[in-house]
Design a protein around this ligand. Structure first.
Ligand code: PLP
Length: 444
């Protein structure tokens, strides 16, 4: 597959012309180790196209991505899925739709809701293993959509942080019945289109979906794509993204998206087939000792507490063997591999996990189910997010209004949302996640 953006950068660097244009580094790195990157880093010069008004090499590369994903249009983002989420929600605002969302959203969603002044109606998943993940009942979604007095959209994160996949086909059907749009935060799922059975939200009936290519594919951090299934949204993708995105999107990031097209077209299916065998072998070798969460196979999520271990202890032991995990808490250990991971990586992980399990102190097995209630709302997300705020100890926060979602990333799933009144249950969950302070609206 052609790589027009990458090819342009290489050609331009090889011409070795005088760069009487931005950026100020002029193609030279202040540190030798970064020299190739700086040589290829350019801005919107003649022939380089322009992301938000693309009709040249960027548009050509985006069409390649759309063909690979079977979307009506796919737009590049150099601002991660965060920018795509802002754009998806902006389009829903343009259509005057009510936003109904599964609660385990990433904070990028909440920030976008604050910026756009959106009110959100929540559907609570039936959580298990903490607040990161839960089973979403289609009946709960149907009920929320049926009760809406205006056109709505349903927003869901799938895969979620632990790799759990929502029933996108089922949700799409429910949304269709109610004239609602299905919007998917697929930040963790760029590879899903290339399994033997296509599991990508766009193939399963979502209206729009974002993928952080940088999370699951060989792309630079910040590389993401916003896809839509609807022809009428195609021109809106860029219009909405340009409201929030930098006017100087990184060409290195865009070139890495461009190169992903070739990787997908030529290699990903073989890589996935090989990796799936290795993941199955890895999990099989821990049968009877470790429980793994279901969902996307590349999220190797150990249900540590239910297996009789502490996730953070396993993570520390892995670190001492040179393996850094994606995330760990008392309940879970998330190990994130990718189609691009090499055969040796899986073997190395298996050996390190063996030694971590052997070295960890066993605990009483604990069922990770958690019951979460929605806190009461005192004001809108936007009002709270843009109020004067102060940071106080979680213990002193009972009854105070949450100003901003100050949760570490990862996993960045909210316990209380801006505008909600922090109650005892929230405080208990903050404590469980080791969060010691919270931003609250300053009282007058
Ligand atoms: C579920 C989810 N959605 C959205 C985001 C934001 O994506 P990005 O970092 O590509 O902007 C993240 C980042 O971790 C995420 O985990």
């Amino acid at each position: 597959m052609e790589t027009p953006v990458y090819d342009f950068l290489v050609d331009y660097a090889e011409k070795n012309g005088l760069r009487a244009h931005m950026p100020g580094h002029k193609g030279k790195a202040p540190d030798e180790r970064l020299s190739e990157l700086f040589r290829l880093d350019i801005t919107e010069i003649a022939g380089a196209d322009s992301l938000f008004e693309a009709d040249g090499i960027i548009a050509q590369s985006e069409r390649n991505t759309a063909a690979l994903y079977g979307s009506a249009a796919s737009a590049f983002s150099a601002g991660g899925s965060t920018l795509c989420i802002q754009a998806m929600l902006a389009i829903m605002k343009m259509e005057g739709r009510r936003i109904i969302a599964a609660r385990n959203v990433h904070r990028a969603f909440l920030n976008a809701a604050a910026l756009l002044g959106l009110d959100v109606e929540w559907v609570l998943p039936h959580y298990s293993g903490g607040i990161l993940s839960g089973e979403l009942a289609l009946t709960d979604v149907e009920e929320a959509l049926a009760a809406s007095d205006k056109p709505a959209c349903f927003y869901v994160t799938s895969p979620d942080y632990t790799g759990r996949l929502a029933d996108i086909a089922g949700l799409a059907e429910v949304c269709r019945r109610h004239g609602a749009r299905l919007i998917v935060d697929g930040a963790h799922g760029a590879h899903l289109a290339f399994f033997e059975k296509n599991l990508h939200p766009i193939a399963l009936g979502a209206d729009t979906c974002c993928d952080s290519f940088h999370k699951m594919l060989p792309a630079l951090t910040g590389a993401a794509v916003l896809h839509t299934f609807r022809e009428e949204y195609a021109p809106l993708l860029k219009q909405a993204m340009s409201l929030f995105g930098s006017t100087s999107p990184s060409y290195l990031i865009m070139a890495s998206l461009d190169l992903c097209n070739r990787y997908i077209a030529e290699n990903i299916r073989d890589d996935i087939a090989r990796a799936l065998t290795q993941i199955a072998e890895l999990k099989g070798s821990f049968a009877g000792r470790l429980l793994f969460a279901e969902g996307d196979p590349f999220h190797i999520t150990v249900r540590a507490a239910e297996s009789g271990f502490c996730g953070t202890e396993l993570a520390a032991l892995l670190r001492s063997s040179g393996v850094e995990c994606e995330y760990a808490d008392d309940e879970l250990l998330i190990l994130l591999l990718a189609p691009f991971s090499e055969a040796g990586d899986f073997r190395r992980l298996r050996t390190a996990l063996e030694s971590a399990v052997a070295g960890a102190s066993p605990r009483e097995k604990k069922n990770g189910s958690i019951s979460v209630k929605l806190p009461r709302m005192a004001c809108t997300i936007r009002e709270a997010a843009f109020s004067a705020s102060e940071e106080i100890a979680v213990e002193a926060a009972e009854g105070r209004i949450c100003a901003s979602v100050k949760v570490p990333c990862p996993p960045a799933v909210p316990i209380a949302v801006s505008g909600e009144i922090i109650d005892r249950d929230c405080i208990e969950i903050f404590r469980q996640y080791g969060i010691k302070t919270v931003l609250v609206v300053r009282e007058r």
